[in-house]
Design a protein around this ligand. Structure first.
Ligand code: CO
Ligand code: CO
Ligand code: CO
Length: 345
C-alpha cells in the first residue's frame, strides 16, 4: 500500500542508524544519584541490550525499549520492522518477551489509515512473538517514530549478557549484513527491488527462532547486531568479556548488492560513527576497505551474535541453520593479551 505522504521523507535518519553514538549516553548520566540494588543484575552501566531485575529464584524481568523514524514507506512494513527490532533485545538476553507498550510519534500530515497500518504491523509481530501489547503513548511530532517498550522474562541462571564470552568460544551470527547500506541506497532509488525484498524479510524476521535454538545449548554470551554494526557490538562483547575476538570476514555473509553499493561509495552516516567508535580496537589485517565498511554498517533489526561453547557450537549451528538458514560461523574468542580487541583475518 502506498500512503499519500512518503513516510521516509519525514525521517531525518534511518532506523537504528538514528541511534545516538555509544559512549555519548554514558557520559550524560555521569554524576547522577541512583539507587543500587543487588537484584538489578544488568543495569544502564553495562552497555547491554536490556536491563534485568531478579524477582525470584527462577524469574528475572527483562526490560528494553527501541523506536525510530520510518525506514521504509510502507506503514505496515515499518510497524513490523520497528516491533521486530524492539523485541530483539529481550531475545538477545536469552529471554522471552511477554508484554509491550506502543511508543508513537505522529506527524500532522499522517492520515488515520497510515497510523493504523503502522500499529497493525506492530501488533502483527507482537502476535507472532506471543507478546501482548497492553497500551502505550503517542504524541505529535513532525518526524514520526514508532517502537515498543518491552517486558520479558528469563531464568536468572539462563540470562545471557554480552560480557561473558570465554576464550575458545565460537562466534555465530544469524543474519547477513548490509541492511544499513541497502536502506540508505533505497532512499536514493539505488537499490534493486530484489535486494530490498531481502532486506525487508531480514528486518521482519524475529530473533525468536534463533533464541529458542540458542537456549538449548551451552552459550556464554549474546547480543543483537543493530545500530553499532557488527564491529561495534563485537567490540562491546570483547571489552565486556575482557577477551580478544578473531573474525573471518571471508566467512561473514555480506549481502552482495550491499557490498557492491559500498564499493560505489554508498555509506550510511552511522557507518562512520561506528568506525570512529571501534576502529582503534580493530586490527583490519589485509581486509578490503569496503568489506571493513560493511562490518561497521548499522543494522536495523539485525541478527544475534552468539558466543557458543566450542563443544556445542557445531550442533547449535546445525540446528540454527534449520530455523535461520543464514546462520554462520564468523569467528572465535581468544584470551586478551593487550593490543587490539578484534582482529580480522
Ligand atoms: Co541490542
Ligand atoms: Co536496543
Ligand atoms: Co545481552
Amino acid at each position: 500500500m502506498e500512503p499519500d505522504v512518503k513516510l521516509t521523507k519525514l525521517a531525518s535518519c534511518a532506523g537504528c542508524g538514528a541511534k545516538v553514538g555509544a559512549g555519548t549516553l554514558v557520559k550524560m548520566l555521569d554524576g547522577f544519584r541512583t539507587h543500587t540494588d543487588p537484584r538489578l543484575i544488568v543495569g544502564y552501566d553495562k552497555s547491554d541490550d536490556a536491563s534485568v531485575y531478579v524477582v525470584s529464584d527462577d524469574t528475572a524481568i527483562v526490560q528494553t525499549t527501541d523506536f525510530f523514524p520510518p525506514i521504509v514507506d510502507d506503514p505496515f512494513l515499518y510497524g513490523q520492522i520497528a516491533a521486530t527490532n524492539a523485541l530483539s533485545d529481550v531475545y538477545a538476553m536469552g529471554g522471552e518477551p511477554k508484554l509491550a507498550l506502543n511508543i508513537m510519534c505522529l506527524a500532522d500530515s499522517m492520515d488515520d489509515k497510515t497510523v493504523r497500518e503502522i500499529l497493525r504491523g506492530g501488533y502483527d509481530k507482537a502476535y507472532e512473538a506471543g507478546v501482548i501489547i497492553t497500551g502505550g503513548h503517542s504524541i505529535l511530532d513532525p518526524e514520526p517514530k514508532y517502537g515498543l517498550a518491552v517486558t520479558g522474562f528469563v531464568h536468572p541462571k539462563k540470562l545471557l549478557t554480552n560480557s561473558a564470552a570465554r576464550p575458545g568460544d565460537v562466534l555465530l551470527l544469524t543474519k547477513p549484513l548490509g541492511i544499513g547500506v541497502l536502506t540508505t541506497a533505497a532512499k536514493a532509488g539505488l537499490a534493486s527491488p530484489e535486494a530490498m525484498a531481502l532486506a525487508h524479510r531480514l528486518m521482519t524476521t524475529l530473533n525468536k527462532a534463533a533464541r529458542d535454538c540458542m537456549v538449548r545449548y551451552a552459550v556464554h554470551a549474546c547480543t543483537d547486531v543493530t545500530g553499532f554494526g557488527l564491529l561495534g557490538h563485537a567490540f562491546e562483547m570483547a571489552q565486556g568479556s575482557d577477551t580478544h575476538l578473531t573474525l573471518f570476514p571471508g566467512e561473514i555473509d555480506l549481502i552482495p548488492e550491499a557490498l557492491e553499493l559500498t564499493r560505489d561509495g554508498i555509506l550510511p552516516a552511522g557507518m562512520y560513527r561506528n568506525r570512529h567508535y571501534a576502529e582503534a580496537a580493530v586490527d583490519p589485517g589485509s581486509t578490503e576497505l569496503a568489506v571493513q565498511d560493511m562490518l561497521y554498517d548499522p543494522q536495523t533489526s539485525g541478527g544475534l551474535l552468539i558466543a557458543a561453547a566450542p563443544e556445542d557450537a557445531e550442533a547449535l549451528l546445525r540446528e540454527l541453520r534449520g530455523a535461520v538458514p543464514s546462520a554462520q560461523r564468523i569467528g572465535v574468542v581468544e584470551a586478551y593479551n593487550g593490543g587490539p580487541r578484534i582482529s580480522l583475518r
